[in-house]
Design a protein around this ligand. Structure first.
Ligand SMILES: [Mg+2]
Length: 276
């Protein structure tokens, strides 16, 4: 596919008129909201180890951190659930979160450094080409929709070599609820350019919780089975399109930009969405 030939006006809900906020007019087409863990990168368990260290330092307990399912959850939600599980009061847990985060970030930086040296923290296959393709396409704005607190997302992306490609984001530091984070991410895009809205959004993630967040803002849910969930799990959760991974870059780009996501060899499957 010739990326220069992609016409954002051919995608659903595109808006091409006006120059919002006094900025130069720019074609508005697709607001792509990426999850981080299991979607863009793997960090080899750095988050779990760092959180255990920080919880023990700040709360003198880490709850069932070794067995707990982190997938698709937000950082504050994880902390509240882990410590509630051992009888701590949720209000007390939340009150100490501002003390926890700096300790967590220091531990995360160290854990990520070790994982990078061991080759365990990395961008997932095809992610570099996919982001480059999206960045090179007129009418596309790249954002994050992640349960990580913002500086943790930044550390993980930097460790995996995918930093500095996102114009805005919604983070675990904004809310315990991923659905609310989705709304905040779109608000931030709208603050940058008043023409963006929920109708332009596509959520890309690896868990049923990402599908749910997409539904919360009536966005298309394009899922990838590079985390813990299979293509079958994600289709059953209601994903519009599911990819095994992002190696078929042109097929993924075509799906995101309004083309046919189920082109031969795309490895895509799913429900009733525009790419299916
Ligand atoms: Mg994820």
């Amino acid at each position: 596919m010739d990326k220069a030939a992609v016409d954002p006006d051919s995608t659903r809900s595109s808006v091409s008129s006006g120059g919002g906020n006094g900025r130069p007019a720019r074609e508005v087409g697709v607001l792509v909201l990426f999850d981080v863990d299991g979607t863009l990168l793997l960090s080899g368990g750095a988050g779990r180890s760092a959180l255990k260290t920080a919880l023990e330092a700040v709360y003198s307990a880490a709850g069932p951190v070794e067995s707990y399912d982190f997938h698709g959850k937000t950082d504050p939600q994880i902390v509240v659930e882990l410590l509630s599980a051992i009888g701590r009061n949720p209000a007390d847990i939340r009150e100490r979160l501002p003390t926890l985060w700096p300790v967590y970030l220091a531990a995360l930086k160290e854990e990520l450094g070790r994982r990078v040296r061991e080759g365990l923290a990395m961008a997932l296959p095809g992610v570099g080409d996919l982001l480059a393709g999206l960045e090179g396409t007129r009418g596309v704005s790249l954002g994050l929709l992640t349960g990580n607190i913002a500086p943790a997302a930044e550390l993980k992306l930097a460790a995996a070599g995918v930093e500095a490609r996102f114009e805005f984001g919604g983070y675990g530091s904004d809310s315990e609820s991923r659905n609310e984070i989705a709304r905040i991410a779109v608000e931030r895009a709208r603050a940058l350019d008043g023409r963006w809205g929920e109708a332009h959004a596509v959520v890309i993630g690896d868990t049923p919780r990402d599908v749910e967040a997409a539904r919360a803002i009536s966005a298309r849910a394009v899922m990838v089975a590079t985390g813990r969930h299979s293509t079958g799990d994600l289709a059953a959760a209601g994903a519009d399109v599911v990819f095994e991974d992002f190696r078929e870059t042109e097929a993924v780009l075509s799906c995101l930009l309004g083309g046919n996501g189920s082109a031969p060899g795309a490895g895509a499957s799913g429900g009733e969405g525009p790419g299916a």
